[in-house]
Design a protein around this ligand. Sequence first.
Ligand code: DX5
Length: 228
Amino acid sequence: MPSVLAADFSSLGRSVRKAEKGGADWISVDVMDGHFVPNLSFGPGHVEALTQATGLPIDAHLMVSAPWNFIEAFAQAGAGMIVVHWEACRGAGTSSTSPGAVLKKIRRSGAKAGLALRPKTGAGKALPYLAQADLILVMTVEPGFGGQAFMRDMLPKVKRLRQEISKRRLPVWLQVDGGIDRRTAPLAVESGADALVAGSAVFGARDPAAAVRDLKRIANAKWQSGEK
Ligand code: DX5
C-alpha cells in the first residue's frame, strides 16, 4: 500500500500510476489535520481526484482529532477503507465517541473500517474492537511525517495482535505503517503483518514501480516461508 505522503505533490496521479504499474494493491492517503499530528496534508478532494487517476482502492488514514466528522466526506469521495486512531476516540478521553461507534459508522458509510494505534498505545486497546474492524494499523513511527526510522520495539505489539486475530480466526488485516523498506518489511511480515504501507521506500526511489515490485517480492517470500 504505497503512501502518497511521499509522492510528487505536483502530480499525484502520475505517481500513483507508477505504483500501480509496480503491482501496488491499495493506495494509502495520509490525512492530517495539524492538531492530532503537527502536519497538514490531504482532504476528501485528493481522494476523489485519485479515484479518477487509478482503479486501485484507496485507504484514507485519518490522523485527525475528530474522525467522526469526516467519515461521510471520505466515503463519498471514494475511499474504500477509512482508518481512525484509537487515540482520537473516547477511550483516550479526547472525544465522546467510542472506537466501536466510529468503526460502525465507517462500515455503514460503505467503506472498510480500520483502527490505528500510535506507538505509545498498547495492543490491548484494540482487542475489544477486533470483531468490528476490517483492519488494525500498528504505527511503527510517530504519526505525522514520512521518512522516519522504523521502531523495532513495535514488533511485539504486531505479534500480540496477530496471535489474537489468528486465535479468533477473524478476517482482520494487520497493517504496519512507518519506515517500511526492503530491510524492515520482512521483520513486519515475520511478526504477523499482512498489509504494509510504504511512502519513502516507494516514491523516494528512482523507479517507484520497481520499488513496489521489489517490496512485494520480499514480503511475499516471507509470507510463503512463514506458511510452511
Ligand atoms: C506517518 C505516515 C507515514 C507514511 C509512510 O504519519 O503515516 O508512516 O505513511 O511513510 P514512510 O514509509 O516514509 O515511513
